[in-house]
Design a protein. Structure first.
Length: 588
């Protein structure tokens, strides 16, 4: 139970806390400036937007500034003026105008707090305002993580000419990350709207009551009621969540929050994305990367990823895994090195050797590739066979000549049990897998040291007795000494697998193909003798809404829709593509 609470807490903090310690923005109308030895600090700047909203900002100018300088900007929903000042001062110490702007409705803004929806236009107005100030040389750079990563991508929707670069770290995308992942609404961070919307700053007391929120989510799960009733069960109306639940597909509501379609083709500024394998949100960052590359073949988009979580903890260990020494990374310093490179003509940061830069766990090295598609293209295909090997089923390199399947029955209305409960990487390294509700597949031992890297893809072939279900997969390295090293997990709604904007229900009792490609990314050295392990399951647990497969809006389904258990056949023609290459250990 203690471990379960730790996992839950780490998840629902996903967006909430980390971003308070990174960066900032500001303006100059409050004229409540204070002077320190080295800086002029103004905490009460007000900026009027073209739509009539008022935004508050913190601005810090270095006293040594003899001419206009570029601005390092953050657009912030986690209002904490003391942290804003620290962030802006840090920017000023690096030779930039430090500005932290609060989102609409926060701090000194009299407007209603509405996360996400107005940020793109508001940021464009802020950048325009900054570019016209006497202290500005007309160039603005943005940085920061989580929600602040989202606001940077929102800023690119209109691509103000003054915006010269962005450095989003663990960027959030509410359409693909939190509160929705592959069209499944998930419960981590349920309390986030109360945290950021209860007052003009932050309701830390509400947010930090971890036991309360864990119990609230568990109460909903045990109740068997619909996901839409979750706030009724908890007792506090959650209008933001209810608004989100009205948009289960990738529709205009979500797409209009940031760049969409051809708008990505106009993002021609340098982008540096910084991410972590064990940050749940890097699925959001991958969405931005893939969309940028899809619509702009010449995108100057650089990608850095390693064994980091959402908070980029500087601890030598992450969830029990001892990081390689080369994995040490200060993302804030890296952001300013990048700014110096783009805006001041200094050398590119040493870590950035190519467009994709990833830390190969277990090898104590950084590896590099020209693009993520290139990295993913060299793969080995494994089929999910029904052939047993010791205690697991085999991942085979050849498809079976005989059609066969593994059968599973899931009572979706039985809330005393759960499935797919071991997917979260806490800890990363496990002695054994304890959730036996799904099927475990393992490859034969690798004959040589092998790099497994990139995002996985594949097709799961199923036959079910309903119109929909939620898929869960978890990927591991089984080391020669018998440890399970988790790479990442995947969940996705079958009816949206082919098109996240258009639900396509399954036909009961017919073989259906569930493609998947929007997985997280990994980079891990598999030592000789290691085996690749895949756990396949139906996702039914308190971490997400329950899909009963009726074809109705899943948010409206309840135990009343679960009289007939889900019966699923996993066909042995299912396959997974694993990007990998044998390591060349030859000495020069």
């Amino acid at each position: 139970m203690i471990l379960k609470k730790l996992i839950y807490w780490s998840l629902y903090c996903f967006i909430a806390i980390f971003t308070q310690t990174i960066h900032g923005t500001e303006s100059l109308q409050g004229n409540k400036a204070t002077h320190s030895k080295d800086f002029v600090i103004n905490t009460d700047v007000l900026i009027k937007t073209s739509s009539g909203a008022t935004l508050s900002a913190v601005i810090v100018l270095p006293k040594t500034m003899k001419k206009p300088q570029p601005t390092a900007l953050q657009f912030h929903i986690y209002t904490d003026v003391k942290e804003h000042v620290k962030t802006a001062i840090n920017a000023a110490k690096h030779g930039y105008i430090g500005i932290v702007v609060d989102t609409r409705g926060k701090r000194l803004s009299p407007d209603q707090i509405i996360p996400y929806e107005h940020d793109a236009k508001d940021i464009n107005d802020v950048i325009d305002w900054i570019s016209k100030q006497d202290f500005s040389d007309g160039r603005v750079a943005m940085y920061g993580g989580s929600y602040l990563g989202f606001t940077q991508w929102a800023a690119t929707k209109y691509m103000h000419p003054a915006l010269k670069t962005i450095v989003p770290s663990v960027a959030n995308n509410p359409m693909q990350g939190l509160p929705m992942e592959n069209n499944i609404f998930i419960t981590p961070n349920y309390q986030w709207p109360f945290y950021v919307m209860n007052n003009k700053t932050l309701d830390k007391k509400v947010n930090n009551n971890r036991d309360y929120w864990h119990k609230a989510i568990n109460d909903w799960y045990l109740s068997g009621r619909s996901y839409r009733d979750i706030d009724k069960i908890e007792g506090t109306p959650n209008p933001l969540l209810q608004k989100f639940l009205n948009h289960p597909s990738h529709d205009d509501f979500w797409l209009n929050m940031g760049p969409r379609g051809n708008e990505y083709s106009k993002i021609n500024i340098p982008v540096l994305s910084i991410n972590g394998y064990y940050d749940d949100g890097h699925i959001s960052a991958l969405y931005y990367l893939n969309q940028h590359l899809k619509h702009n073949k010449n995108a100057e988009h650089y990608w850095i990823i390693g064994p980091y979580n959402h908070f980029f903890s500087k601890s030598k260990k992450i969830n029990g895994y001892l990081k390689d020494s080369v994995a040490e990374l200060d993302r804030t310093e890296l952001a300013f090195q990048w700014f110096d490179y783009v805006l001041k003509g200094k050398k590119k940061p040493d870590l950035i050797k190519s467009k994709v830069n990833y830390q190969l766990m277990g090898d104590n090295s950084w590896q590099h590739a020209n693009s993520l598609p290139e990295l993913n293209s060299d793969y080995q295909r494994f089929y999910l066979s029904t052939e047993k090997y010791k205690s697991t089923y085999l991942l085979t390199k050849k498809i079976s000549s005989k059609v066969d399947s593994l059968k599973q029955v899931v009572d979706l209305a039985d809330r005393t049990t759960s499935t797919n409960t071991e997917s979260y990487y806490w800890p990363i390294i496990k002695d054994r897998l304890t959730d036996q509700t799904g099927f475990t597949f393992a490859s034969l031992p690798f004959a040589q040291d092998t790099s497994v890297h990139g995002s996985f893809s594949g097709e799961i072939k199923v036959k079910i007795n309903k119109k929909d279900f939620d898929l869960g997969m978890t990927f591991y390295e089984l080391t020669p000494d018998g440890k399970y090293f988790e790479l990442f997990y995947y969940i996705g709604r079958a009816s949206y697998a082919k098109d996240p904007s258009n639900r396509q229900l399954l036909t009961p009792h017919k073989v259906e193909t569930i493609p998947f490609k929007d997985t997280r990314m990994t980079g891990k050295l598999f030592k000789k003798g290691s085996r690749l392990v895949v756990v396949l399951n139906v996702n039914k647990n308190e971490m997400a809404q329950i899909n009963f497969g009726t074809g109705k809006d899943v948010s409206d389904e309840s135990n009343a829709d679960g009289a007939i258990p889900l019966k699923i056949e996993w066909l042995n023609s299912s396959f997974i593509n694993i990007p990998m290459k044998v390591m060349d250990r030859k000495k020069n």
